[in-house]
Design a binder for this molecule. Structure first.
Ligand SMILES: NC(=O)C1=CN([C@@H]2O[C@H](COP(=O)(O)OP(=O)(O)OC[C@H]3O[C@@H](n4cnc5c(N)ncnc54)[C@H](OP(=O)(O)O)[C@@H]3O)[C@@H](O)[C@H]2O)[C@@H](O)CC1
Ligand SMILES: [K+]
Length: 504
């Protein structure tokens, strides 16, 4: 699914109106009906709705929604902050229609005119949507403060008012004024603002409504950002052929583990095999040999070093190398990375301690082979490429870095970001907070390594890898709870995740 900028969202609106030969107010009605249907399903008639409307089209949505709720006898009142300018044409049209109903409409002049809010009131925020064009100040700020001070459920229409959709709101103005919604009912596609941690306090649960904006526009409009959904994954996943042997699915290797950290080696190796690699050699230190052979009998083992991997350089057998899970931070690992970068000309996945070693040896950056995949979590990313001023800055930095070094960056998080050498950013749609647990990253390294071995391209391996990893985690959490989920459960549910992809 494409993630559009504000300008593109506005163009999409206009394109649809043109193409379908409808009026913009018809589109507004579609949006309002979608919100209305959801509200009717979610709240019974004992609730009252207090709708705060700005004078743009977001406010117009609020007015249309007020009329619809009133038509089936919900108690509704509407509040419009005083503003000398006329409203947008569709706002004015909906105001005219609303004045013919029994809905009470008040113009808010100052804070003395704020309504009292009682227990059964639901607040609907239709002050500003995608048309926000400056930081919120003055009277609007007071209104937002008043709404946020109430503990009642607040439903934001399209976007919590005060939040920019495609750039950071937080950095521009320290003292921000943004609605803290419990629900955001948004139209059509995913929005960049909903994918970053810095906006978590504002969006609440985000619910998407398909208001049938033109599919042609979506297909033909390029955008740097996409949301990884099941239709994208369906296009990537390749079912197995019948006449095959293990040679067809590649020879993976993982350089993993050290004394006291063999769990990371076991988890990444199991995940690599479970994601379908034909065969796997795990390169481990002597101290870990017995553990690997016992815990992962399906993997072959090569030994290098005593308590941690030594100067291994025998890479030529493998189709792909994954390096990092549990290897520890040892001086000799600098040489290990140098060996790898110099002698191995096929895909590489770099994770965990291997990234920490890299970050302390910046002179190695320029020798990272093209198309390498690195899988940092935010702290590792910061150690590698420096601090960011906001989550949006991190996104830009990841994309610029991926372009500069011609690598893929899998930046792990609630919506893992894949930044690509051609300047695109893909956000993952699967996964849950239960996966913030030791070893989950090692599992992801194993999965991506296993997919690369099977000749999925680096981009496909990243996309399918993060999606499968998150989906396996979601299936595991469903059975176990997020709290009880451990990394092994992600591995154990990879099969179920594959089955779900095959069925969709
Ligand atoms: N796209 C779609 O497909 C569909 C979109 N739809 C809906 O349209 C919404 C977008 O509507 P929109 O473009 O009219 O802008 P909107 O968010 O109402 O804001 C503009 C108003 O706010 C004002 N204003 C702005 N910032 C301000 C500030 N800081 N402080 C004070 N004032 C400020 C600005 O005033 P100005 O600054 O220009 O004087 C103007 O009056 C979208 O979110 C969705 O809900 C659906 O109806 C149908 C399908
Ligand atoms: K809003």
């Amino acid at each position: 699914m494409k993630i559009f900028s504000v300008e593109q969202i506005q163009n999409w609106d206009a394109f649809t109106i043109n193409k379908e030969g409808i009026l913009s107010i018809n589109l507004m009605e579609r949006a309002a009906v979608a919100c209305f249907d959801w509200i009717v399903q979610s709240f019974d008639e004992s609730y009252c709705f207090k709708i705060f409307c700005g004078k743009g089209n977001n406010g117009g949505d609020g007015l249309a929604l007020a009329r619809l709720l009133n038509s089936i006898k919900y108690q509704v009142s509407v509040f419009i902050p005083h503003n000398n300018k006329p409203g947008s044409p569709d706002f004015e049209e909906n105001l005219k229609k609303l004045k013919k109903t029994s809905v009470h409409i008040s113009v808010l002049q100052n804070e003395n005119s704020f309504p009292s809010i009682s227990e059964k009131d639901i607040i609907i925020d239709a002050l500003f949507g995608t048309g926000l064009n400056k930081p919120v100040k003055g009277f609007y700020k007071e209104i937002i403060g008043y709404i946020n001070a109430n503990s009642n459920d607040t439903i934001a229409i399209d976007v919590p008012s005060g939040l920019y959709v495609d750039k950071s709101t937080i950095t521009e103005n320290e003292d921000v004024s943004i609605i803290k919604a419990d629900y955001t009912l948004t139209f059509q596609n995913q929005k960049l603002a909903f994918l970053v941690a810095e906006n978590e306090p504002y969006t609440g649960k985000v619910v998407f409504f398909d208001i049938e904006l033109s599919k042609d526009y979506e297909a033909s409009t390029p955008t740097p950002f996409e949301y990884i959904d099941d239709s994208m994954i369906k296009g990537i996943y390749q079912p197995r052929k019948n006449f095959v042997n293990k040679g067809n699915y590649g020879y993976a290797s993982l350089l993993c583990g050290s004394y006291g950290m063999m769990g990371a080696a076991v988890l990444s190796s199991l995940a690599c095999l479970r994601s379908g690699a034909g065969k796997l050699t795990s390169v481990v230190c002597e101290a870990g040999y017995g553990i690997m052979q016992t815990a992962v009998p399906e993997a072959m083992c090569m030994v290098s070093g005593e308590k941690h991997i030594g100067n291994f350089d025998d890479f030529q057998h493998f189709d792909v190398v994954g390096i990092g899970p549990g290897i520890g931070k040892f001086k000799s690992h600098v040489k290990l990375l140098e060996n790898l970068f110099k002698s191995f000309k096929r895909p590489i996945v770099i994770d965990a301690d291997a990234l920490n070693i890299l970050s302390e040896n910046e002179e190695l950056y320029s020798s990272i082979p093209v198309d390498t995949i690195i899988t940092p979590h935010p702290k590792e990313f910061e150690r590698l490429f420096g601090k960011s001023t906001s989550d949006f800055d991190t996104i830009d930095k990841a994309i610029e870095t991926a372009k500069e070094f011609r690598i893929y960056i899998v930046l792990k998080g609630h919506h893992t970001l894949i930044a690509t050498p051609d300047g695109k950013g893909y956000f993952n749609s699967t996964g849950n907070p239960g996966m913030a647990t030791a070893g989950a990253g090692d599992v992801l390294t194993g999965i991506i390594t296993g997919l690369l071995a099977q000749k999925y391209s680096p981009l496909q391996s990243c996309l399918l890898g993060v999606y499968l990893h998150g989906l396996a985690g979601d299936i595991a959490a469903e059975g176990l709870s997020q709290e009880a989920l451990i990394a092994k459960d992600i591995v154990e549910n990879l099969g179920n995740a594959f089955k779900e992809i095959q069925e969709t």
